[in-house]
Design a protein around this ligand. Structure first.
Ligand code: DC
Length: 222
């Protein structure tokens, strides 16, 4: 078993930015579990499966082969042997991932892959259920959050920088809907693990959050 840092939290809290920086500094692999759910979502969208139909989703899951590859510490997601890493960050794929991640067969299909990545590497892993379900013995668990308006603003800037047209009100509404779905689903809902450190990044810079995490790592001998 490698060293483990688990970061959970809602969409747009800055998990991936922070996890990427921290993993680089520690020389750990960054495992973005959201990207794996997004790969399943992309598969379902491309196949035209009705994602509101759990049975239909379950039936086609065996056809989706999701794998992770780490090239110079960077995670690539392979879907049926094709590198789909750059196709995963759209709003449509994210919202679909949130929907289908509530289905237990989808979660089962990815949980083993995530645990294996943590067995074979030192990891910073982010997601929604890492500290609660996937790596319950991680010596450092962080629940990273921020207010809805701050998260919507960050997402708006990210999309605008990419030249994508977007509406902040719609982004905010999507975030609220996604939070509700991720937090109220029956299987592995987004909740703070009892032993996780709560960090609200609304008024913190990226550097401040990373420094705080480094401090926590030092305290835990990571
Ligand atoms: O972190 P993200 O926005 O890329 O994740 C997309 C969706 O995938 C998110 O809304 C919920 C789901 N997800 C999950 O259920 N469990 C995880 N460990 C990671 C993501």
């Amino acid at each position: 078993m490698g060293k483990q840092i688990a970061i959970d939290g809602p969409a747009g809290a800055g998990k991936s930015t922070i996890a990427k920086l921290l993993s680089k500094e520690k020389g750990f692999i960054y495992v973005d579990t959201g990207a794996m759910y997004r790969a399943i979502a992309l598969f379902l969208l491309e196949k035209g499966v009705d994602v509101d139909d759990e049975e239909a989703v379950k039936n086609v899951l065996p056809e989706a082969d999701v794998r992770l590859q780490f090239i110079e510490g960077k995670q690539c997601v392979l879907l049926n042997e094709k590198d789909v890493t750059d196709c995963l960050r759209t709003e449509e794929v994210g919202n679909t991932a949130s929907k289908v991640s509530a289905y237990p067969p989808v979660r089962e299909c990815l949980a083993g892959l995530q645990r294996r990545a943590a067995e074979e590497n030192d990891v910073v892993m982010d997601g929604r259920d890492i500290g609660t379900v996937i790596l319950p013995n991680a010596p450092l668990k962080v629940f990273l959050t921020a207010s809805v308006s701050v998260r919507a603003k960050r997402r708006f800037l990210e999309l605008s920088e990419k030249g994508e047209e977007c509406d902040i009100k719609k982004i905010e509404a999507d975030i609220r809907e996604r939070d509700k779905r991720d937090m109220t689903r029956e299987t592995a809902p987004l909740v703070k693990a009892e032993d996780a450190i709560l960090l609200d990044s609304s008024d913190m810079s990226i550097d401040e959050v990373v420094s705080r995490l480094q401090e926590l790592c030092r305290e835990r001998g990571l």
